[in-house]
Design a protein around this ligand. Structure first.
Ligand SMILES: *Cc1c(COP(=O)(O)O)cnc(C)c1O
Length: 369
């Protein structure tokens, strides 16, 4: 493949929910740095994680992350492995005392997994569940039944599979730490990290390739570790060792840092959020304009990242997916628990791709409606 055209005409619009699309300029930079990074004569994947160059890479990742999210020094930024799923056990292990209890809002498959896994370590209370309506909404603050004695309250800010998103940050009673799975909407809009005790995100949806998980955690929580843990499972150890208690995922961390740099070049999270809102509006407006299309999420809970919708029948959904694929609009099949389509339009997904989808939808409706 020839990699050096100015604009990619050899790529399609990829609506994948994860791993998701990456910025073109990041992919170009990666192509160069795999061969020889910063004139070192060695590719990024071949550098020692204890060498000077990698010291610099990991320091930059931390610095850029702090700049984007305005993250103060009393928070640690960790790059871990094991995906967002591993956080389901790391969080209770590190934050829930023996015999303790924690609250969970169950708003989709990932949130349900988090709640179930925590049972291994204590009582995991369901503070809200949207299961009865196939998770087509997220709760309002008033609907959350929160325990003032909980070790923390865990919620999933964006439900990747069903396409719902909280458009507010829940408040917890007293000083109960707020814990958030932000895997599919991290850095999609401005964030006030001081409202959170811990926030985590698998990189592969909105900030990089699979292989590392970003954890941002208030440092005082690290001191509370309620049980003896293997070092590889301890937030405190990761914080003390700059995410390098062993060989870290050097390549994914480096790519995440390039995505952070890209976010800064875009002007930070405010312009990113404006763009995300505009992209999602184009698609939701198209869905609302006709009875042919049905959006899964209730209007006030609609995700700006993952947009789930259907045609009048499963057969027509299948025809739509095949026809869209032929037009270079790919990976839109919905998760089997929801059916229909899911268009994931993360930060790096171009507005042109959303416009192309909407034009195609209009044409499809004209011929199949
Ligand atoms: C994808 C996803 C996960 C699972 O991530 P892994 O990195 O595969 O473990 C968890 N939570 C949310 C919200 C997700 O979107």
């Amino acid at each position: 493949m020839t990699p050096t055209t100015a604009t990619a005409t050899d790529r399609v619009y990829n609506f994948s929910a994860g791993p998701g699309v990456l910025p073109e300029s990041v992919l170009r930079q990666v192509q160069e740095d795999v061969w020889n990074i910063r004139g070192s004569g060695v590719g990024i994947m071949e550098h020692s994680h204890r060498g000077k160059l990698y010291d610099q890479i990991i320091a930059e990742a931390d610095e850029r992350c702090r700049k984007i999210g305005n993250i103060p020094d009393d928070y640690a930024i960790l790059f871990m492995t094991g995906g967002a799923t591993s956080q389901n056990h790391l969080i209770p292990m590190n934050l829930m005392p023996e015999g303790g209890t924690a609250d969970y809002a169950v708003t989709g498959k990932w949130a349900a997994d988090s709640q179930k896994t925590a049972k291994l370590f204590g009582t995991s209370r369901v503070a809200y569940t949207s299961e009865a309506t196939n998770h087509n909404h997220v709760p309002t603050q008033d609907q959350l039944d929160l325990d003032a004695n909980a070790a923390y309250f865990h919620y999933t800010s964006n439900n990747t599979i069903v396409g719902t998103q909280y458009h507010y940050v829940p408040k917890t009673p007293g000083d109960v730490p707020l814990v958030c799975d932000a895997s599919s909407d991290i850095f999609s809009e401005p964030i006030d990290i001081t409202k959170f005790g811990l926030l985590y995100a698998g990189a592969q949806k909105n900030i990089g390739p699979a292989g590392t998980t970003l954890v941002i955690v208030r440092k005082d929580l690290l001191e509370r570790q309620p049980r003896t843990l293997p070092g590889m499972l301890s937030y405190k150890v990761f914080a003390d060792k700059e995410s390098r208690p062993n060989t870290p995922p050097v390549f994914p961390i480096y790519v995440v840092s390039l995505v952070f740099q890209w976010i800064l070049e875009q002007g930070g999270l405010e312009p990113i959020a404006e763009r995300n809102k505009a992209k999602a509006k184009v698609l939701y407006d198209a869905l609302d304009a006709s009875d042919f299309w049905n959006a899964h999420a209730q209007p006030e809970s609609r995700s700006l990242m993952n947009i789930t919708f259907r045609t009048p029948s499963e057969e027509t959904d299948a025809l739509f997916l095949t026809a869209a694929g032929k037009e270079g609009l790919v990976t839109m099949k919905g998760h089997r628990s929801v059916g229909g389509m899911r268009a994931s339009i993360y930060n790096a997904f171009p507005a042109e791709g959303v416009n192309a989808l909407v034009s195609f939808m209009k044409e499809f409706e004209r011929t199949h409606g």
